[in-house]
Design a protein around this ligand. Structure first.
Ligand SMILES: Nc1ncnc2c1ncn2[C@@H]1O[C@H](COP(=O)(O)OP(=O)(O)O)[C@@H](O)[C@H]1O
Ligand SMILES: *[C@@H]1O[C@H](CO)[C@@H](O)[C@H](O)[C@H]1NC(C)=O
Ligand SMILES: *[C@@H]1O[C@H](CO)[C@@H](O)[C@H](O)[C@H]1NC(C)=O
Ligand SMILES: *[C@@H]1O[C@H](CO)[C@@H](O)[C@H](O)[C@H]1NC(C)=O
Ligand SMILES: [Mg+2]
Length: 307
């Protein structure tokens, strides 16, 4: 055998020590302790109020000295055990166009701690910019949402409440999908705000965002990713109309009756909507859910719209 050079043996010894250290780390690591995401409320400093949602209020906060958003839920809107189970899954969803869940406090009132988005919800963002966006910007919003939804689709995860109010705007034109999966654990309670009654209706023990929901989901009380695609079409309508309520001329009972019978919103004229984009909406609203596009193909179609 060749005698080892001093340099080589030093490298080998060092390598062995590194391997040993890595091995020891994985052997003695307490499962979960490296990632304390179910946290004590005292770890959060609440700051100014950012907004009022349908099921509670949202505050700016500090967690580990990092600015975060803290969503508080009105007691009774969900069962903490159901929520914790769902949050465990939400935590694993990581994509540049999805709001990252950072931590939760599971005693009432439930706190959901997520990354902070400086410019608030897309719905508010659209409403203060009526007529002032280029088609290019509108397509960009939709394409980023489709990108985040493509990831959820790939992970076999269903959003259930895709709408402009659940897309958040960051700096440098970054758009991220929020609140995925939450609707699954929300329950109908008598304490909902008047705003939530505008969007959500009770269906069985759950609540559904009527105007964003595919008719078969309401009929079967069952969501699929194809219902998310339907909601994406409604979200496109919100983007193109700068945040108009979908079916602006219909009341809830008319929506419940007419949409399952084939009624679809016409192409928005004021503000003007591109025919290419309206065609995408109609594809998302196909009666047979299997005829609707995938998020993967929506992402590609949007990138090819003439602007
Ligand atoms: N991560 C966040 N960063 C910044 N603002 C947020 C964040 N999450 C929510 N908000 C603000 O709080 C408001 C309420 O949010 P939310 O509770 O999700 O209500 P809803 O979806 O019913 O409108 C939003 O419209 C937005 O302005
Ligand atoms: C949370 O922290 C407070 C104060 O530090 C403590 O009294 C309480 O027991 C803690 N609760 C839990 C569930 O750990
Ligand atoms: C977000 O808001 C800031 C002002 O607070 C503004 O300068 C910035 O352009 C906004 N970002 C986007 C993407 O609109
Ligand atoms: C909804 O509108 C229709 C037609 O205008 C009307 O007949 C009906 O009473 C309305 N329903 C409710 C609940 O307001
Ligand atoms: Mg929301």
């Amino acid at each position: 055998m060749m005698p080892m050079s001093g340099e080589l043996s030093l490298v080998l010894t060092f390598g062995t020590m590194v391997c040993l250290a890595i091995l020891l780390f994985f052997l003695f690591r307490q499962p979960g302790s490296a990632d304390p995401w179910k946290i004590n409320r005292s770890a959060i400093k609440l700051g100014k109020r950012l907004g009022e949602g349908s099921f509670g209020e949202v505050y700016q906060g500090l967690y580990n000295n990092t600015p975060v958003a803290v969503k508080t839920l009105i007691p009774g809107t969900m069962d903490p055990r159901d929520f914790l189970k769902e949050a465990q899954i939400m935590k694993t969803m990581q994509h540049p166009n999805l709001i990252q869940l950072l931590a939760v406090c599971t005693e009432q009132p439930i706190y959901i701690i997520t990354e902070l988005m400086k410019n608030g919800s897309l719905l508010d963002y659209l409403k203060v910019r009526v007529g002032r966006l280029r088609l290019y910007d509108q397509i960009e919003m939709a394409a980023q949402v489709a990108s985040g939804m493509d990831y959820l689709e790939m992970k076999n995860y269903i959003h259930r409440d895709l709408a402009a109010r659940n897309v958040l705007v960051g700096e440098n034109n970054v758009y991220k999908v929020a609140d995925f999966g939450l609707a699954r654990v929300l329950q109908a309670t008598p304490m909902l705000s008047s705003q939530s009654k505008l969007y959500y209706i009770p269906v069985g023990k759950a609540i559904f965002p009527l105007r964003w929901t595919a008719p078969e989901a309401i009929a079967n009380e069952r969501f699929t990713i194809k219902c998310d695609v339907w909601s994406f079409g409604i979200l496109l309508y919100e983007i193109m109309t700068y945040g108009k309520i979908p079916y602006p001329d219909l009341n809830n009972s008319q929506v419940k009756r007419m949409v399952p019978n084939g009624y679809r919103m016409p192409c928005p004229v004021d503000p003007y909507c591109s025919k290419d984009v309206y065609k995408i909406m109609l594809d998302c609203w196909k009666e047979n859910k299997h005829d609707r596009p995938t998020f993967r193909s929506l992402k590609i179609t949007l990138r090819n719209v003439r602007v």
